[in-house]
Write a protein that binds this ligand. Sequence first.
Ligand SMILES: [Zn+2]
Length: 187
Amino acid sequence: MIILTGMAGLVAGAFSMALGEFASVHTQNDAVAAEVAVERDEIRRHPRAEQAELAEMYEGMGLSRPTAEAVAREVHADPEPAVKVHITQELGVDPDEQPPPWTAAASSFLCFAVGGIIPLVPYLFGSSALALGLLVGAVGLFVAGALTSRFTARPWWFSGLRQLLFGAIAAGATYVVGMLIGVSMTG
Ligand SMILES: [Zn+2]
């Protein structure tokens, strides 16, 4: 029963995460594309104002007035590269380097599926002890959190414990909801 509900939750969760991620990245890319169109139009209609805006941004970054104006003039010599520079400066993203939604969806699916199978491992090997499932799930959460510290400035034990805490809150909330609607998770 636990393997069946666990697997059902795993598949449903993985699809839900993947579709959510797909929609989120797709919407983000659409928003960037819309901004590119707006900026291209602005540069076509008000090239001088946009060039002055860029010179001001460079001045704000610490360049001297003559250098900032010279750089902005050179960038605006060709409208297409100018659009890209404006978008990169104003939105902080490179319009040509947006993540493909399918890759984001597939990695979300995979990560959720791998994370979801870990607490089920003892059950798959024939154990029926809730404590063992919780322990394996807790170790999985801690290791996943600790691994993220490779990409952040946080110490590994802090990231591990934080992930464990978040997982415990999520699992606890699921357990309480299950109790409230009269489904015993241990049965
Ligand atoms: Zn602009």
